[in-house]
Write a new protein. Structure first.
Length: 323
């Protein structure tokens, strides 16, 4: 939880609260603060789209919150966000089945998430908070000090690599609106890509198109040619608000996406580019973690990983310690 002077200035993090604080309210004297502390038990599960009758298998289980899974291009390694071993979320790596988990980032002052493997499997791009905002970082998969790629005071988040590894796309509100930008993966000047909105993106395997949703509340999927030209609507049925990054492009013949019309029993569907039709793949028995979730699928399409909510608890807390 943070506070900032009405007159402006740098945000200040409060000791009260911790993770997942909602609905803060001050008394009239400004001395006592009430807020809702939410605790969600969120774990990553593996679903086999070819065997919808099989129950999902828990991957890399822990007593902490795990989310934002991403499989490497060869399908052998997993990157994910977890608060195990730390107060705030950090980036972890594991084998694809969740075994041998290893912590990759170590910054207890920041929330790190949305890890994405580079095409060659050597590096991880991720977003991380600091100074009250979010920026894009890259770290070697073998460990080391992360390199900061963006320094704008705006929010820069949700990174994804170009297929040749030269660029990292990300979402930014530095113009006042959410748009897709990209920055050289080795560092350099960021370039704006979209002009009419952009949120979560993925480049086609041939590097010709960029697919993207436009905002957390507008989950329709669009694409635009990277050589220049107008955008076109691909998936007209919008993903439910809060799930606009829950889709995965596969081999340029279609995409898997989360249909959360029934939020308590969402389904995964496949939209074919050739037929322009969607087919339900499987129905999930639990809610999917909203807002910062996504889905990822292995190259053989036998393993679809997604973060599911196992339990949610919320408490109202009152404090007079506003340090």
């Amino acid at each position: 939880m943070w506070r900032v002077a009405v007159s402006g200035g740098s945000p200040e993090q409060l000791q009260a609260g911790g993770d997942w604080v909602e609905s803060p309210a001050l008394d009239h004297a400004g001395r006592r603060l009430a807020y809702v502390q939410t605790h969600r038990e969120v774990q990553i599960y593996d679903v086999d789209p070819s065997r919808p009758q099989d129950p999902p298998r828990e991957v890399a289980p822990s007593s902490k919150r795990d989310s934002s899974p991403h499989l490497s291009a060869d399908g052998r390694r997993l990157a994910f966000e977890s608060s195990r071993g730390s107060t705030l979320a950090e980036i972890w790596l594991a084998d694809a089945d969740g075994s041998n988990p290893v912590r990759l980032t170590f910054d207890d002052r920041a929330v790190s998430g949305t890890p994405r493997w580079s095409p060659d499997g050597q590096s991880i791009a991720f977003d991380s908070s600091g100074d009250g905002g979010f920026d894009i970082f890259v770290v070697r998969a073998t460990g080391g000090t992360p390199r900061r790629l963006t320094t704008d005071p705006a929010i820069d988040a949700i990174p994804t690599w170009s297929r040749d590894g030269r660029w990292i796309y990300f979402e930014s509100n530095r113009t006042g609106l959410e748009q897709i930008w990209r920055v050289p993966s080795e560092g350099g000047q960021a370039i704006q890509i979209t002009a009419i909105g952009g949120f979560a993106a993925s480049e086609s395997s041939d590097g010709r198109y960029l697919y993207y949703s436009k905002s957390e509340d507008d989950g329709r999927i669009w694409r635009m040619p990277l050589s220049g030209g107008s955008e076109e609507l691909v998936l007209s049925k919008p993903l439910r608000s809060g799930y606009a990054r829950c889709w995965a492009l596969v081999d340029d013949d279609g995409l898997y996406y989360l249909d959360a019309e029934n939020v308590d029993r969402p389904s995964v569907a496949f939209f074919s580019f050739s037929t322009r039709r969607a087919t339900r793949v499987t129905t999930l028995s639990r809610r999917v973690e909203p807002l910062n979730s996504n889905l990822t699928i292995s190259p053989d399409r036998r393993h679809l990983l997604i973060a599911l909510v196992e339990q949610t608890e919320a408490d109202i807390t009152l404090t007079d310690d506003l340090r």
